[in-house]
Design a protein around this ligand. Sequence first.
Ligand SMILES: Cc1ncc(COP(=O)(O)O)c(C=O)c1O
Length: 417
Amino acid sequence: MEGQFIWDVDGRRYIDLHAAYGTAALGHNDPHVRSAVIEALETEGVLFGTAHPREVELSELLVSEIPCAEMVALCGGGGSDPLYFGYRLARSLTGRKRLLKFEGGYHGWHDELAVSVRPRLEDAGPADAPQAVPLSAGFAQKEGHAIIGVLNDPNILERIFEQYGRELAAAVIEPVCHAGGCIPIDRGFLQLLRDLCTRHGVILMFDEVMTGFRHSVQGAQTLLGVTPDLAAFGKAMGNGYQVSALVGRREVMSGLSPLGPAFYSGTFCGHLTGVVASLATIRAMKERQIHAHTQKLGDHVREELNRAAAEHDIRAICQSFGSIYCLYLGTDRPIRNYRDIAMDAHSKDSALNRQYRLALLEGGIYMHPYYSNRSFLSAAHTMEEVSRIVDVTIDFMRRNRDAINSRVSVPSGAARA
Ligand SMILES: Cc1ncc(COP(=O)(O)O)c(C=O)c1O
């Protein structure tokens, strides 16, 4: 893999829309990041095992860029780690147990957070009062600790806080829900959540594992103008190298060990390759001003696909935010919450989406199998590749118009609360 391309075992080249689960925001194997890592390997080693000046440098950089970041806890695993540390910290600070999360959101694989990620409609309860459904067998969840909200629905949010406000330790939300492809969250909804958390003494944690650095070095919290108490970062932070971080307000973060009683540790926390890669990634993002470029590419795909859908009378809608876009087939209503995509989510294998991915492959484009057609552009993509993606997609939509238009992607009566 290199830049915007990946190759299969037979040497065929594809335009990559996966970006290694969204991590490669600069493009694969970015030469600047690679050189920084090689230099560190040659001059310093891989794991210092105690505080290293480069960790301090990275922490200071995060504090200078991200609005909610006054203190930083670097983690060594993926994005799941800071989310779990954050939830534990919230429970420790508040003395409460419950978590508010939103149906369709994914916040890592820990038992207590991986709830109602893509539940089957049969299990999920009413659209206006979703039930908590574990993502996996074998979870050691305590019954009923998670309260499930509905994205973009302020009335349900207010009702939840009236009933559970004093029992909630934390509320966690992705400021743009990419677990569901690309579901923008209304700014007013995020602000209401912020206000309700403040009023009820609930720790608000943004999951910026996907949005962070990919949409802006300062996080989606800057773009949307709402500041959480805590935020978790990973993925694009190291452009493919393993690094993640919990950041937050000093008053809250001081509850983590060794300052406070909430345990935080890990052999690989602050691993030097990840730290060095992250410093190089963030600096390259700023120097190259990548976000203006990727925004232009994402906007172009969305506008062209929506224009073609309208022109050819095809029931499809493309939603994008910066460099991430998603084409929803079989509906032309804006996708606002999980119920709008639930039929696809629980099967993870809609025939139409599979056909679309195959058409892309035949056209030299790789989209990773997922329940939605979530696609990642990177700073390495150019208008040339993006035009190819648009052409192949429009050709697919036109050839499959009847199948798309007759598709039941939204269960009747279940889409809206
Ligand atoms: C929004 C979000 N949060 C958390 C995670 C978990 O990150 P990781 O798989 O690196 O542990 C992911 C991974 O896809 C994610 O998309």
